[in-house]
Design a protein around this ligand. Sequence first.
Ligand SMILES: [Zn+2]
Length: 185
Amino acid sequence: MIELRKTIGLQIMQWSELFAHERRLLEFTIAARRYASAPYSHYTVGAAILWKDGEISSGCNIENSVYNVLHAEKCAIANGISGNGIRRIAKIAVRGGPETDERPLPVRDLPDDEFQYLASQVKFENVSFACGQCLQDIYEYSGGEPENVGLLICKNSGLAIRSTLADILPGRSMFTADKNIHRKQ
Ligand SMILES: [Zn+2]
């Protein structure tokens, strides 16, 4: 037997370590989350996408009584494509949680000892950037280069966590985006 294993990378950062465009994306997630309609799960989510051409689109989760749920990531993709056509995704930020727990983004870094402690408590299995279906949907607009698609969250604790689609979705379905030339543009 030959076993192959993959290393997953997470970057755990202070607020000041984020790029300016990442802080802006997270601000878009806060604004989008306010429009979420989640009367069944009471879990509200905002997502914001930075497309390769520099445009930002955002979305929120929308639920209905027949469980035809629109996730915030898909909503942000749909808003971006319906507004400006199919392009490649550069980065997506997501922020969600119970509707009663909408906290503002951090305005400054955590004290270093608090940051070190909280970062040491992060577990891979508890870091959720998006559900499997949304990750696959994001891959459709990666141009077949998931290593160049950034994923970003900012936890209520103030920790920001960054990774790539290639890290988080290693077992993706390969039969569409890689072969679809118009999505490589
Ligand atoms: Zn999803």
